[in-house]
Design a protein around this ligand. Sequence first.
Ligand code: 0WD
Ligand code: CA
Length: 424
Amino acid sequence: MTSSTSRKRTTADRNERVVHKHLRLGAPPTPRLHAVVSLSYPSTAQPASRSVPFQRPLPLISFSYNKNRELEFSDAAIRYYVEPPPGADLGYAYERWVHRPEEKGRLDGLLRAISEIRRRGTGDPVIGVISWRGVMTKILTAPYEDRDGWELNVMVENGTLYLEEFISDARLEEKDNMTPRQRIQTYYGYAFESWCTASQPDAPSGWGGDVDTNVQWCNVVKTKLGDVRIIIGGEVDCVRGILNDTMVELKTSMNISGHRDEARFEKKLLKFYFQSFLLGVPEIVVGFRTPGGQLKTMQSFKTLEIPRMVRGKPNAWDARICLTWGEDFLTWIKHTIILGGNASGSVWRVKFTPCTGVELTLLCEDERREVEAGEDRVGFLPQWYWKEMQECSGEPGNTSRIDSESGRQSAPTASSSLPTGWQI
Ligand code: 0WD
Ligand code: CA
């Protein structure tokens, strides 16, 4: 074991003790205490401590956003894969890019889909976790992230854990003010999507239409990570042929020339892999480009084969470490929140620090209001969804709770006692 590993382990042990001590003393629920609890990332130098299975994602529903960013339950925005022209210019039609402004990472679209699934009465498993695919990708790949920190807003209601990315107003502004260089590089990715897709199957190769980032086709799946049932929503770039079960993710990357580029690309493959794996997208098509945005070569990857491709290489990553971490993280967070005396409507914050781990705190009233942002919400959940949830449970505001006096759990608890209307 390396010294950094042992340091990490010691911190984790200490953190565990913090939580237990807090509970044994039967302290009042954390709202006034503002206790911080933390969990360290696992060592990436050791094999995963156990094997955590990931259930094949099962599609539940799809939906589309149109040019006005209106959501409809149809496949209107679906795109079909076509081979791009060789040497395509990824800067093409840059000036006509309709750029959707950056927004907070709200779950609204996904919650509408969940409401629609419930209305249709399709499916039955209990929901443990609800989030966008992008959030789940960031969670699972966190043990290998050595650069960017980020934060989550978290709520647990009726035994379901909701996770949205916390993007502060300052960060939003920063994201909206990309440098011209960042802007064009982002655009190259979208232009590649346009060169590779058409609105009809079997269309001829060519420009698929000017880029409008309002328009998206999203899919919602259910899956299970270890014992945690998860509903995930995410954007899907296109499909091959007319059957929706052949989804394709499109990516651009810089040309590879030399070992250093190769190592950099293999590192990127970790994020590519989980992004597609989580939604059950079987194929990733990568367009390699020049710094000036000319498409040079294409390579198709079978998502499920990617872990084996990088295994044994220098700086290789291990997907099993990510899956084990993912289950540990989700279980820990839910457990800590419920045992911490979660009052209905409370919002918690998780801070991800690269190479270290995560910290969980309960937001105070001012911070909670910042999350609501003056909108019609309870925490980050939209009011309409909140009402629907209450109607389903028939017990407003009653969630999994710990009796603060005795430290014992009071009904109703976690997912096992969910009201039937609240199951998907
Ligand atoms: O506005 C924002 N800050 C974001 C909104 C950031 C990320 C996602 N979203 C929205 C998406 O538009 C979608 O409606 O959340 C929903 C779910 O997205 P997801 O599938 O969970 O997102 P993710 O896996 O992070 O990204 C998928 C695609 C990206 O494809 P690439 O190949 O670059 O991974 O979503 C697009 C992009 O095409 N995307 C964005 N579109 C507009 N603004 C952004 C962004 N900031 N980030 C990713
Ligand atoms: Ca993409």
